[in-house]
Ligand binder design. Sequence first.
Ligand SMILES: Cc1cc2nc3c(=O)[nH]c(=O)nc-3n(C[C@H](O)[C@H](O)[C@H](O)COP(=O)(O)O)c2cc1C
Length: 197
Amino acid sequence: MEKPAPVDYDVHDLIRQRYSARGFSGAPVSDAALRSIFEAARWSASSYNDQPWRFVVARPDEPGEFERMLDCLISFNRSWAQRAGALILSLVVPNFSHNGKLNAHALHDVGLAVGQMTFQASALGLAVRQMAGFHAEKVRETYALPESVEPVSVIALGYPMTEAELPESLRSRELAPREARRPQEEFVFRGGWGRPW
Ligand SMILES: Cc1cc2nc3c(=O)[nH]c(=O)nc-3n(C[C@H](O)[C@H](O)[C@H](O)COP(=O)(O)O)c2cc1C
């Protein structure tokens, strides 16, 4: 299914075509595809090259592991994410590895790495939806996270359903137009805060 962004200026097709799908076909995602997606994260930029991202992956071919990650989601997210081809928990190490001090850009760098993963996934024909809707304490317990690590998001990815395959529960959401974006005048400034470029 295609939901291209109604862009105001030209962008790469990967950016125009990406959207956060909930309708996954349930088709398996290969090791090779997942390795490419994590490699895209690996080669992301980061402050001091600290690479503060960590990931835990769960796939339906290991049902126990997949259930454990699904159990960390809020119920609405669980309802559609159960058809994903993989779930990926993203984590941040908030302190620098070289001196233990707080890395003010750690979350920024995790987001950047996940952005690269998203575009690598799109290039492979996979759809991605990130989720803040998970139970952080449950994640902590389930994966025995040390104090030095924080959960950031759970990422669902998989091959998208066709329009005809969409179940009634997802149909109106998936077929809805892309959510509006602020125009550039509201977030690109010149010379001072709030003065549009
Ligand atoms: C950090 C983050 C958390 C999100 N959390 C959820 C979530 O819990 N459940 C959900 O259905 N979508 C979630 N989304 C998807 C957003 O709703 C979606 O990206 C936004 O509406 C823009 O739509 P688009 O990605 O299709 O352009 C999240 C996205 C991000 C980046």
